[in-house]
Design a protein around this ligand. Structure first.
Ligand code: ADP
Ligand code: MG
Length: 911
């Protein structure tokens, strides 16, 4: 076992507060007066002070002292006590081993870490060492959010990244990320400002940071790690040299060159990551796939706020339902879902690569029957990446072998399906992405698959020691051992008959219990015969119970011993076969990992094709131009929601951004569909660049390097920033980063402050986007004043949402058309919303009056906001405070005079 390491506990103030520290008995290693078992507990616990210690005792994992108090509160389980320590009761709680997964899941989800301490020998072995010996125990594993492998603990359909982040403030960041459950290994780096977007894309479940680097905490906060579990590690773990060595050893290679070149920062991050994996897995190395360089520069940059705003993987409420991912997900396997989620969160920017993906999807759009056939096979395709990983970590069971067997069989079917697809292309050459999948599906030698097919039983037990995982007929010695153990019963039944004949005692029976094992029983009345010659030579008396006597015979004892040995032998042989099969699989770890990846890709591509057909999506043209032409675009989530609700059909809308109109100013009443329209165009770009068909009649998109989407006045109370501050911080980020290749979506920016501030800010932003960023942009606003801008900005244009007025009501047509909204229809919308009639009527009167006044004063050329400022100012009445303030000249005042002035102003104001 590796030497114990202690890791600093993640600091979570909220959790500490809930723990009520004064009630906790501090763990003291002074175990002088403790029982031998408690002494052992202290010794182990002292090595893992930051973890809850799951201490195995028979069929339970027990927790003691502070751990028990924390766990009983977190799991809502009964807190009891067991014995005393230093005169105080020892708090204890426990969870049954068979249900440990559920409880682990809850604890991990609440941010706890758990050290699992197992019995390393059985009690009988301990007894052999002497009466008072304690069963040997040791921690076999640390369970943290980023290191779990059990399907019961994981979201089967999402990646579970453990990410080591190496931040050099002012320079940049690097990360190494590993999904231990699948072996997916990503390494990347980038400029400091792209860190938040990159981490938002990875969405790790645990982040490893250096504890010494004072700036790291700040970097983490900026990166918006918020909810993610953060684990501080010693600075020394972030060593590039150690990282390089660890990578070579984990990947089993002498050089890393084949995988690309890695910067010092990247190697340092990889070093910390692999060190942490080694510590938590007690030296076992998971099945790590060759590292993929996650080049921030090769994917569309989408920051965290944009991802949230577009509800890419989670809806605004944080749920998966209602997200873009859910709306476009037609995958059938867990690996396929993970692949789709990854593609969606990292759209590409190389038109050639995007086109290659689209070619593959198109091939399956055009061949529905073959696609359905492939999807039928995929439905039977298990999650072999995760099974492989469990086997590698020594946590696999017979059913993981079963998953591998079924997965390999399906892979063979699928390979056949793809081969028949290939014949439909010139020179048998299907699109490159499909060819690559086909090749990887055949990369495993077939040896493992054959071995599994021959050796593994059809129905598999959960645990190896339950027996029965090896097929009958696979090994003669196993069959013999099983026959001896299982057929022992009939042998014994035969003995019973023999003894009845021999003794003439018809009531003689062979029975079994856990204390005596097999024995012979007769009613007391008949027992006398057995205790007398000649039978007393054969039957030894064992026990007298009411109405019956029990005997043993040499034959019976011998058969029983043989049966026990045979059962044991059978289990030993099964374990041997299991190990051999596991080794056969791990011998092809790399190929099987490739195969699992290929299955995920195939599922993803077929799912995108199925989606395109089901929803009537079109293949987009993606190139290096600056075009953004969408014909009849729709919002996939809103469209499907309307259909599910059997509401009106979604109205498709065009969007034509180009050299002469890169920037559209969109006006229209509330509820007319502005926000939906803005977002649908962003979503269409994401889908196109991830290599999917898009919800539109046609689309031509010049690749976007960055995508920004912001909505005004969104509250961010969690981070303690004012609404308006958030809006401005995010807008500033866009103005600093957007390039000529970017798309910027601004939805009612400037709403979070007073009208004239807001209007001025919106105005300034528009000018800047137009003149400096020169990006493509859609800008929805309720400031009608802004519609005069296209007159002055060459590449700006107005668009509006069509509405129809009918009597005093308003009907939304959800159609985007050129031009500006004539007015805001706020009163009509308010009426629709059910405001009392009196209020609506009064508002109408006021509006007419206000509009009349504004009309009188509006100058033709001046900035409308200043015009508005003039007209909207109420009639002036004398204001003594203002006059007094005007009279003060701060430069001429002594401190004493300043104070007097203040008192004077206060007094005036009170009047
Ligand atoms: P706005 O931002 O202008 O206030 P939204 O974009 O929030 O309006 O849209 C309001 C509602 O109108 C949406 O929830 C949706 O149900 C409906 N809607 C929007 N666009 C369309 C469309 N193109 N076709 C049909 N319904 C639409
Ligand atoms: Mg809106």
């Amino acid at each position: 076992m590796t030497a114990p390491h202690t890791l600093q506990a993640p600091i979570r103030a909220d959790k500490l507060a809930r723990m009520k520290p004064e009630k906790i008995i501090v763990a003291s290693p002074s175990a002088a007066n403790a029982t031998p078992m408690m002494a052992q507990y202290w010794e182990i616990k002292s090595q893992y002070p930051d973890c809850l210690l799951f201490y195995r005792m028979g069929d339970f994992f027990e927790l003691f002292f502070a751990d028990a108090e924390i766990a009983s509160a977190a799991l809502n389980i009964h807190l009891t006590k067991r014995g005393k320590h230093s005169g105080e009761d020892i708090p204890m709680c426990g969870v049954p081993v068979v249900r440990a997964e559920d409880y682990l899941h809850k604890l991990i989800a609440q941010g706890h870490r758990v050290a699992v301490c197992e019995q390393l020998e059985n009690p009988a072995e301990a007894k052999k060492r002497g009466g008072k010996s304690v069963v040997q125990r040791g921690v076999v594993r640390l369970v943290t959010p980023g290191t779990i492998t059990e399907d019961g603990l994981l979201d089967v359909r999402a990646s579970n990244f453990l990410t080591a982040a190496y931040c050099e403030p002012g320079v940049g960041f690097a990360h190494a990320s590993l999904d231990i459950s699948t072996g997916e290994f990503l390494i990347g780096s980038g400029a400091e400002q792209s860190a938040p977007g990159e981490f938002a894309r990875l969405a790790p479940s645990e982040i490893l940071l250096s504890d010494e680097d004072g700036e790291t905490g700040k970097a983490a906060a900026q990166a918006g790690f918020g909810e993610t579990a953060q684990t501080p590690l010693p600075r020394a773990y972030f060593s590039a040299m150690a990282g390089e060595a660890a990578m070579k050893s984990a990947l089993g290679v002498g050089h890393l060159d084949a995988f690309g070149t890695f910067s010092k920062g990247e190697l340092a991050a990889a070093g910390a990551l692999l060190k942490y994996v080694e510590i938590t897995q007690m030296g076992k190395i998971p099945a790590i796939r060759p590292p993929k360089k996650a080049e921030a520069a090769a994917t569309m940059s989408i920051d965290a706020a944009t991802r949230a705003n577009l509800e890419m993987t989670r809806s605004a409420s944080g749920a998966k339902g209602g997200s873009l991912l859910e709306a476009v997900d037609r995958t059938l396997t867990a690996a396929g879902t993970r692949e789709l989620a990854q593609r969606l969160s990292a759209p590409l920017i190389d038109p050639a690569h995007i086109t290659a993906r689209l070619d593959a999807v198109a091939a399956f759009v055009e061949r529905g029957a073959l696609r359905d056939q492939i999807r039928t096979s995929l439905k039977r395709s298990p999650d072999i990446a995760r099974a492989l990983s469990r086997l590698k970590l020594g946590r696999g069971g017979p059913r993981d072998l079963g998953l591998m067997r079924d997965g390999l069989t399906t892979a063979r079917d699928l390979h056949g399906g793809l081969a028949s697809l290939a014949t439909q292309f010139l020179d048998n050459a299907p699109p490159s992405e499909i060819a690559s999948i086909q090749q990887r599906l055949a990369s495993a030698s077939g040896a493992a698959s054959r071995a599994l097919g021959e050796a593994l039983a059809d129905d598999l037990p959960i645990l190896l020691r339950d027996g029965g995982c090896v097929r009958v007929g696979f090994r003669a010695d196993l069959d013999e051992a099983r026959r001896l153990s299982q057929d022992g019963r009939s042998v014994i039944a035969g003995l019973q008959m023999k003894y009845v004949e021999q003794t003439g005692v018809k009531t003689l029976k062979v029975r079994h219990n856990n204390v005596l094992g097999y024995f012979i029983e007769t009613p007391t009345s008949a027992a006398r015969a057995l205790g007398q010659p000649p039978h007393d030579a054969l039957f030894q008396h064992r026990q007298t119970v009411s109405n019956a006597m029990r005997f043993a015979t040499a034959d019976l004892t011998q058969i029983e011993a043989r049966m026990a040995i045979a059962a044991e032998t059978a289990l030993v042989i099964e374990a041997e076969v299991f190990e051999a099969l596991a080794s056969a699989i791990l011998a092809e770890e790399r190929e099987l990992g490739d195969l699992a990846q290929a299955l995920g890709e195939l599922d993803c591509i077929c799912a995108l094709a199925a989606l395109a057909e089901e929803q009537g999506y079109a293949r987009p043209l993606v190139d290096a131009s600056c075009a953004f032409h969408i014909e009849g675009g729709r919002h996939p989530v809103v469209e499907q929601a309307l259909r599910r609700a059997r509401g009106p059909a979604f109205i498709g809308n065009d969007c034509q951004l180009g050299a002469n109109a890169r920037l559209w100013i969109l006006t229209g009443p509330n509820m007319a569909g502005k926000s939906t329209y803005l977002r649908q165009n962003a979503v269409i770009a994401i889908l196109a660049q991830m290599g999917s068909f898009v919800p539109a009649k046609a689309a031509h998109i010049g690749v976007l390097d960055k995508l920004f989407s912001r909505v005004g006045a969104s509250d961010d109370l969690a981070r303690g920033r004012s609404t308006f501050m958030v809006e401005m911080v995010e807008t500033a980020a866009i103005l600093h980063q957007a390039t000529e290749r970017s798309l910027v979506i601004l939805d009612e920016i400037g709403r979070g402050t007073a009208t004239f501030d807001g209007l001025s800010i919106a105005w300034g932003c528009l000018e800047y986007l137009h003149d400096v960023n020169r990006c493509r942009a859609l800008f929805a606003t309720h400031y009608h004043e802004l519609t005069s801008l296209p007159g002055r900005l060459a590449a700006a244009a107005n668009a509006t949402m069509a509405v129809k007025e009918w009597k005093d009501d308003i009907v939304f047509l959800h159609q985007v058309k050129p031009g500006a909204a004539d007015r805001s229809y706020g009163v009509q919308v308010a009426k629709l919303a059910g405001l009392p009639t009196a209020v609506v009527d009064r508002a109408r009167v006021l509006l007419t009056e206000l509009e009349a006044r504004a009309g009188r004063n509006a100058p033709a050329e001046a900035l409308p906001l200043f015009a508005a400022a003039k007209t909207a100012a109420p009639e002036t009445r004398p204001n003594p405070v203002a006059d007094a303030v005007a009279a003060i000249n701060p430069d001429e005042l002594t401190p004493r005079e300043a104070l007097d002035a203040l008192y004077r102003l206060k007094a005036l104001d009170a009047l």
